[in-house]
Design a protein around this ligand. Structure first.
Ligand SMILES: [Zn+2]
Ligand SMILES: [Zn+2]
Length: 303
């Protein structure tokens, strides 16, 4: 069985939260990792409402230091502190995030029961056996990162073919999975005939940004592209306002998904203007990229 990557949208609003949408936060769960992307105000309550334990968070990826993306951090960290959080908390962000968070979280003078490590990242910044994390610079007036989680493709045994081969289970199969040919009872079995390669799985997080040259190469071939969509191009001054505020329109999000050959687009960072009436946003994205949807708080999706 393939391990699933699960995403839960804990907050899907833009700058101002609404009754329906909390400030931005998305949780990605894979094996023992619980990676939180952004942590807007009230994120820890959103965990509770979603019946998830916030103390399971292993890493926090901050896109940029605007309040809607970070105001939930002090509260969340304070909860970790009184709940016996007993691992190192890794927080990653763009250039300048270390100094900002040290002051914002009072790291110099507040003693905590666990260690917080803050890293300013770009490129591939974390690698485990079966996945890695990447960051790329965006354009939003202040240092801003987009992120990607990539689960590495693995060689898997073709169970049907294995059955026919009558090979016994055990260490021989491990060798096949490593791509090595084996010999059993004098007969040679080629790894390429009994295994198949499972492709990478990529989830990209494209929060606040202007359209820029880094986007499409960075999110290329995403299985899931989570993209901000603060404005509607087809509205009065929509494109102009998006540019002025350094954000994307739903149309641009659709274009990014199409150009990057992504498989699925989910729009988030929804302005209060479109809070209840998302049909125009969705229609605009869908016009360019069919497999689009708009995230609601507490939506969850598997990849
Ligand atoms: Zn924002
Ligand atoms: Zn912002």
């Amino acid at each position: 069985m393939t391990s699933k990557i699960k995403l839960v949208f804990l907050g899907t609003s833009a700058q101002i939260p609404t009754a329906r949408r909390n400030h931005p936060a998305t949780l990605l769960t894979y094996e023992g990792e619980n990676i939180l992307v952004d942590c807007g105000e009230g994120t820890q309550r959103q965990f509770r409402k979603a019946r998830l334990n916030p103390c399971k968070v292993t890493r926090i990826l901050i896109t940029h230091r605007h309040g809607d993306h970070v105001f939930g951090l002090p509260g969340l960290i304070s909860t970790f502190d009184v709940s016996g959080y007993n691992k190192i908390l890794y927080i990653y962000g763009p250039k300048g995030i270390k100094r900002f968070l040290e002051s914002f979280l009072g790291l110099d003078y507040v003693k905590r029961s666990f260690e917080i490590k803050i890293e300013e990242v770009s490129g591939r910044f974390f690698e485990a056996d079966d996945f890695y994390l990447e960051a790329e610079k965006m354009e939003h007036g202040i240092p801003t990162n987009a992120y990607a989680f990539v689960k590495k493709g693995q060689r898997r045994i073709d169970r049907e073919k294995l059955k026919k081969s009558k090979l016994p289970s055990g260490p021989l199969l491990k060798k096949l999975k490593e791509g090595k040919d084996i010999v059993y009872e004098g007969k040679k079995y080629l790894a390429k005939n009994l295994t198949y390669s499972e492709g990478d799985k990529k989830i990209s997080f494209m929060l606040d940004t202007l359209v820029n040259k880094n986007i499409v190469p960075f999110v290329k071939n995403s299985d899931l592209l989570i993209c901000e969509s603060s404005f509607l191009a087809d509205s009065e001054n929509g494109e102009k306002l998006a540019k002025e505020h350094m954000h994307l329109t739903a149309k641009q999000a659709g274009e990014i998904a199409k150009k990057s050959k992504s498989k699925k687009l989910i729009l988030t960072h929804i302005s209060q203007r479109y809070d209840k009436d998302i049909k125009n946003l969705l229609a605009e994205a869908k016009k360019v990229f069919k497999n689009s949807s708009v995230a609601e708080d507490f939506d969850s999706v598997g990849v």
